[in-house]
Each structure stands twice: as C-alpha cells, then as structure tokens.
Design a protein around this ligand. Structure first.
Ligand code: GLY
Length: 364
C-alpha cells in the first residue's frame, strides 16, 4: 500500500509529508539509513495506549534513546526544554543527531524548539498522533513554549526534516481531542469557501463515526503548505489567515487555564469571529446564522459558558499577536478574510456574551 506524499517547499527547507499506514515504512528508511543518534520524545499517553504502533515504529532504529513527557501546557516550558537539552548534552548527541516527536502539537512544538537551539539546530521529525497536529501544527515550522503565563511567547520558525502521519494513532483519541482536531478543520473550511462543504461533511464523519479520511488530511495540508511556502515567517501577512479564530481561541484557552483544548477553543473562536463579522456588518445576518447552524451539531465543552468574559479579554490583550493593548482579529467575510482588524473592547465583550447565549441553544 503506497502512502501519499506532499512536498513542502519553504525558503529555509524542503521536506516531505507522508500520509498513510505506509508512512512508517518511509520513516524506517530515514532511521535505518542513518548511523547517527535519534532521541524519540514521546507523549506518555501515546507510549502507553499505542504500544504496538510504537514498537513497530522503533523496530528498525538501532541507535535510539527515548524520553517520555506528560503532555500538559504546564510542561510546555523552558524547564522541559532544559531537561531535553541536558539529556542531549550528557549523552553526547552531536550535530548529526536528530529528534523525533511522537505526540500531539504540544510535544511537537517543544521538540521543534529544542531541535532549533541545540548546537544551533539539529534535524527533527514529526510523527503527529492527534488529528490537530496532523492537519496543522506538525507542518510549517512554528515551534515554541509558554513563558511568563503567555502562550508560545518563546519560540522559533524551524521546519522539520520530515512528517509521517499514520491515522491509526487516532483510534485511541478521546472525544475531547477529536473535537479539538475538528476546530482546525473548521478553520480550513472557513478559509477556503470552495472547500467549505467538503470539510463540513468530513467533520461530520469524524465527529459521528470517528473515522478520519486521509483526503481530509491531504486537503488541509495542501492549504497549509500553499500558505507557508509563500510566507514562512508570517512576514507578508498571508500566513496570518491561519490565525483565524485564534485570537478569541487563545483568550478562551488561557482563561480556562488550559482545561479547554486548543482546537476546542479555536472552534469557539471561529464562531465568535463570525458573530463579530456580523456585528461589524461585514456579513449578512443569514450567512452568520448558517455558519452557526452548520456547526451546531458539535457538543461544545460546557466550561466555555462559565469563563469570565473580562478574563478572556485580558488574556487576548497579552496575546503575542497583538501590540500596544489593541486587540486585532482575522475576520471572515463572504469573499475574503480581513487581517489585523482592530476592534474595541466593548464590541468584543458583547460578541463573547452573545456567543455564550447562542450556544446555550445548542445541545451542550
Ligand atoms: N497554526 C498556525 C500556523 O501554523 O501558522
């Protein structure tokens, strides 16, 4: 069985993403062709729940070491990076060595950041085990850790040397993690209107049948690669469209003290951005209603309604995407996305309150 292959061509690096069960074969070629050292950085849950897949993955890698991390926002810190760097140094990893991340976006971001600073940069590979990391964070080279209570404040742009996606990992994901992945898929639906129906149907299949078609991963990563290939470091503004839903999302995520998952809050953020667009008269009321209705089958985490709106706004102000205390958004309109659009706090407050009342009508 062949795996699908996508090629990513950014200014700083070219690499492949392999998608399918046979992506492991491709990974084995990387490790068995190499005589250098590999450090595998595992999410503890994956190590435990997917031990068969993990054993298969490691079987051809003679020269490997393994570190297991608990995947939590608290651990997405410089202390964890310090721990990995110490391990690399004490075990004499050199410039030819590689890191391999096996886990969700959080483990991938920590691994990528560590790879980018050890000996001024060593190779790293991503093996995403969640839907969210497969369709978004494993590709594009955003790495980083939280600092001083601010999400991803310290980080680098550093592309992986390869990404290997095996959907079998998704079989053991809890519902909350599945919904988190759906958040990023809903984002792609809203970025590319021509693919809106495709993504909405795939999201329904994932939500109700927990079955992830490889095509949805391929289409997501085609969109992502078209963007990062042209604006790797978010300089021209093009890459900012990938932050759709993330200003509200990061606010909810931080104000919940990370009890809500990233993609869950992105989903809420997309719906808030739609309500905001209606409030600013950039979309018609009927269009806004259609988007809200289309996603109303998803049970949004009840916690969202209990989060203090002022606290969400105060976290939004410290989001690294904003400057001088002005909160800026990517706003969806029917034809295009508005980037860096500044919005008054009072309007943001009212939109969040409206969102909370709208989702009270959902089945949550
Ligand atoms: N997840 C947004 C980006 O990669 O730019």
């Amino acid at each position: 069985m062949a795996s699908n292959r996508l090629s990513i061509k950014t200014k700083s690096k070219k690499y492949f993403v392999f998608i399918g069960e046979n992506s492991f074969e491709q990974f084995r070629k990387v490790v068995s062709d190499s005589s250098s050292k590999f450090l595998f950085i595992f999410d503890k849950n994956v190590n435990k729940k997917c031990s068969n897949l993990v054993t298969k993955l490691l079987s051809d890698c003679k020269n490997h070491n393994k570190l297991v991390l608990v995947s939590s926002e608290k651990n997405k810190s410089l202390q964890t990076v310090n721990k990995i760097l110490r391990y690399l140094s004490e075990n004499k990893f050199d410039r030819e060595s590689s890191l391999v991340s096996i886990g969700g976006g959080l483990i991938g971001d920590i691994t990528g950041f560590t790879a980018s600073v050890y000996q001024r940069g060593i190779k790293y590979y991503q093996i995403p085990t969640t839907i969210l990391s497969a369709v978004d964070s494993s590709v594009g080279g955003k790495t980083g850790v939280n600092f001083n209570g601010i999400k991803n404040l310290v980080g680098t742009f550093y592309q992986p040397d390869g990404v290997f996606i095996n959907t079998k990992f998704f079989d053991t994901l809890p519902k909350k993690e599945v919904i988190s992945g759906i958040g990023e898929l809903a984002k792609y639906a809203m970025i590319i209107p021509e693919l809106y129906d495709f993504f909405l149907n795939e999201i329904k299949t994932i939500y109700f049948e927990k079955s992830v078609n490889e095509k949805v991963i391929i289409n997501s990563l085609k969109i992502k690669s078209a963007i990062v290939n042209n604006d790797e470091k978010e300089v021209s503004g093009l890459r900012k469209v990938l932050n759709l839903g993330h200003t509200f999302g990061h606010g909810f995520e931080s104000a919940s003290y990370y009890k809500l998952k990233h993609g869950e809050t992105v989903l809420c953020g997309l719906l808030c951005a739609t309500l905001l667009s209606e409030r600013l008269r950039m979309i018609e009321c009927n269009y806004c209603k259609k988007i809200l209705d289309d996603f109303s089958f998803i049970k949004i985490n009840k916690l969202i309604k209990t989060i203090d709106t002022n606290s969400v706004i105060s976290f939004m102000k410290s989001d690294k995407k904003n400057s001088s205390g002005v909160i800026r958004f990517v706003i969806p309109t029917q034809n295009e996305l508005m980037i860096d659009y500044p919005v008054e706090e009072k309007i943001i407050y009212n939109v969040i309150e409206k969102f909370k009342s709208v989702i009270s009508n959902y089945d949550i």
